[in-house]
Design a protein. Structure first.
Ligand SMILES: Nc1ncnc2c1ncn2[C@@H]1O[C@H](COP(=O)(O)OP(=O)(O)OP(=O)(O)O)[C@@H](O)[C@H]1O
Ligand SMILES: [Mg+2]
Lengths: 334, 342
């Protein structure tokens, strides 16, 4: 029997509002568990022994360069590919039996999907909504992804960014517990990326889990509670963006190039406040705890040796620097 | 919320209808095809028999005699030219003057045998033969026995086959190459609903295609329907579903649109020739007949012809319906098993 008491407005669900990541062990089982995951295509080891645990209620980022194995990992997680070896648990279950009920709880946006070309935005959302036993009103989702004024536009006539937002809408329309997005913002301008970021954040306010792959570092830093840096099918770093940046030893970076000239590494490492030195191509990166101290010292050094700086910049350290520090390569070749 | 099957069916209708090409293939193409063939094979006086008289003594007299017969077209050629003309089929028969008069022709060519009879009669009558029996030839053209009456049901069947194989095969393969199938697989959508939605989508296009062709050939050529429209509709629906199933089966694995068109051509080309679209299946030797009769297009064409031309009942075309249903079911079940989403 329902009583007045049970019908009274519930107090704000504190559990949904807490900052994820501040309570590492909070809330039931992990949303996704990967153990010893491998996927081989003939002689290509796309995923090569990958272990991950994605907590319920967090936004988890998968970072890595082209060919790192992000898409393969994601498609295994959402049950589109079979792993060669390893264990996969999603929302406490495994793929292979009763998949329909599990699929109903996972929303996906894949890299490079072309939606039906001559359906309108609202028709596509309605089509996807019809597949789910429960979910959200297509019109609401359309508003949320910012396509309200495009309801009657064919998908071929949408811009790249609008199409990505529609793909995100298709992932949201089943109101999933786990949202998996493979490079939802690749190729978009900063404005469009911010919009997608906002949508992902508002989905998170409902206390769900997000797994997103990207090679935009600043985006991962802004959006994700934790990230895994993946390279050659393995996790090479795992943690929250500030934690990972802290491993560099310095929060700031001095980036410069000397042209064909060279300075011995020892001299550069001996500069004040320097915590690390990396080469990427012809560019040198100095991780420093205080660029205001390191920079004049660097200028003095080059002047004393009669060298000319080809370029010089200082900035805050990013996840990109973490990747460079770990692999000696840049994430994106631009 | 509406059912996935309904939404998938709607998607299968709306998308093609928004392509102008669909309108062409659905409405104009069948009509144009019927028009072209109807004109090419329109009823006309048979061509006169082309005869070469080989030059030599007596040739001129022979030519005179043959000229009097309007169903014969005579040319006088020297022996070498006459041989070449016979070889190339420019003339049906050579007449070599002399005693005895000599005819040279290839008996496997029907027009040559016919020319032999015509020319011989003209020659004999020219020399004064009188026929012992008086005869009169009444010329009649029976409606329903013309080539166009044979052709229209064949075209109808051919279109139903093309629509099923190309319509479904193309749509499914296209969705696979664009990874839309993979995206669908990531949802709780039932694969059965996806395939059924496509097949049911055909059921909306079929009446449009069929009615265009039938109305057109009725208006232009006076091709009628002797059987019941209901019986015809049943056969058309069963045929359309059968080919929709086959189209799905062909598309169940194809990775590229090129593979898909190859497979479809591999399927349609032999049936276009064997299944009596443009000419009767009776032209093929007896040992092939059981095989030919098991082809879905043969079954469909036979049933359509029986209903349109002879007014056959549903019971009379039951064997053909059985063949069609068998192909449809088998294909659909196999397609469900073989289907690849990526
Ligand atoms: N179906 C396949 N057959 C063969 N090799 C494959 C297949 N799929 C992926 N690979 C290979 O596996 C590796 C990982 O590919 P994957 O698509 O997972 O990378 P990614 O991290 O998503 O890259 P990107 O940032 O370019 O999307 C690549 O070397 C790729 O060539
Ligand atoms: Mg990828």
């Amino acid at each position: 029997m329902s009583t007045a008491a049970t019908m009274a407005p519930a107090p704000a669900p504190a559990v949904l509002l807490r900052r994820p990541g501040t309570q590492p062990d909070a809330g039931g089982p992990p949303a996704v568990v990967l153990r010893g995951l491998r996927k081989h295509f003939d002689d290509v080891k796309a995923v090569d022994g990958l272990d991950l645990e994605i907590r319920t209620d967090e936004c988890f980022g998968l970072l890595g360069p082209n060919g790192a194995g992000k898409t393969t990992t994601i498609e295994i997680i959402v049950g589109l590919q079979e792993p060669t070896a390893g264990e996969v648990r999603v929302l406490g279950r495994t793929w292979g039996r009763g998949d329909r009920s599990l699929r109903a709880r996972v929303g996906v946006s894949l890299q490079e999907t072309r939606l039906p070309e001559r359906l309108t935005v609202i028709e596509v959302l309605r089509l996807f909504r019809s597949f789910y036993p429960s979910g959200r009103a297509p019109a609401d989702v359309m508003e949320e992804v910012g396509l309200g004024d495009k309801a009657r536009t064919w998908t071929v006539k949408l811009s790249g960014g609008q199409r990505q937002r529609l793909a995100l809408g298709c992932a949201l329309v089943g109101d999933p517990d786990l949202l998996v997005l493979d490079e939802p913002t690749t190729g978009l301008d900063p404005q469009a990326r911010l919009h997608i970021g906002d949508t992902i954040r508002s989905y998170r306010q409902r206390g769900r889990t997000v797994l997103v792959s990207t090679h935009y570092m600043e985006e991962a830093q802004r959006l994700c509670d934790r990230v895994a840096v993946v390279d050659h099918g393995k996790v090479i770093a795992l943690g929250s963006p500030p934690e990972l940046i802290a491993t560099l030893g310095g929060e700031q970076v001095v980036e410069f190039a000397l042209g064909d000239a060279a300075l011995p590494d020892v001299d550069l490492e001996a500069l004040p406040e320097v915590r690390g030195l990396r080469h990427t191509g012809r560019t040198l990166l100095l991780a420093t705890t205080d660029a205001r101290v390191t920079l004049p010292a660097l200028l003095d050094l080059t002047r004393a040796r009669g060298l000319r700086l080809e370029s010089l910049a200082t900035r805050q350290a990013t996840l990109e620097d973490v990747f460079v520090a770990l692999t000696g390569r840049r994430l994106r070749d631009e | 919320m509406s059912s996935p099957l309904f939404e998938l069916w709607r998607y299968r209708l709306l998308e093609p209808l928004r392509w102008p090409e669909t309108i062409f293939w659905t409405f104009l193409f069948p009509a144009l095809l019927a028009l072209a063939l109807g004109i090419a094979f329109r009823q006309q006086q048979p061509d006169p028999a082309a005869v070469a008289v080989v030059a030599g003594p007596g040739a001129a007299e022979l030519e005179q005699a043959l000229r009097r017969d309007p169903t014969v077209k005579v040319t006088v050629l020297d022996a070498a030219a006459a041989d070449r003309a016979l070889r190339l089929g420019k003339v049906a028969i050579q007449v070599v003057p002399g005693t005895p008069l000599r005819y040279r022709f290839d008996p496997t060519r029907p027009e040559s045998s016919l020319a032999h009879l015509t020319v011989d009669t003209a020659v004999q009558r020219g020399r004064g033969r009188t026929d012992p029996v008086a005869t009169v030839a009444d010329q009649v053209t029976a409606r329903g026995a013309r080539y166009i009456d044979f052709l229209v049901p064949g075209l109808l069947g051919f279109n139903l086959m093309g629509g099923g194989l190309w319509g479904l095969g193309w749509a499914i393969t296209d969705a696979r190459t664009h990874r839309l199938l993979k995206r669908f697989l990531a949802t709780p959508m039932r694969r059965r609903d996806y395939l059924l939605g496509h097949m049911l989508g055909r059921l909306v296009f079929v009446p449009l295609e069929v009615v265009t062709l039938l109305v057109f050939s009725w208006l232009i050529f006076g091709v009628g329907l002797s059987g019941s429209p209901l019986t015809l509709a049943v056969v058309i629906i069963v045929g359309a579903l059968s080919f929709a199933g086959l189209g799905t089966l062909l598309a169940s694995r194809a990775q590229t649109l090129e593979t898909m068109s190859g497979l479809i051509n591999l399927c349609t080309m032999p049936m276009m020739l064997l299944s009596g679209v443009f000419f009767s299946t009776s032209r093929f030797p007896d040992f092939m007949q059981p095989f030919i009769r098991l082809l879905p297009l043969t079954a469909l064409n036979d049933a359509l012809r029986a209903i349109m031309g002879d007014g056959a009942s549903l019971l009379a075309v039951a064997p053909q319906l059985l063949v069609l249903a068998g192909w449809g079911l088998l294909s659909f079940v196999l397609a469900l098993r073989l289907f690849r989403w990526t």
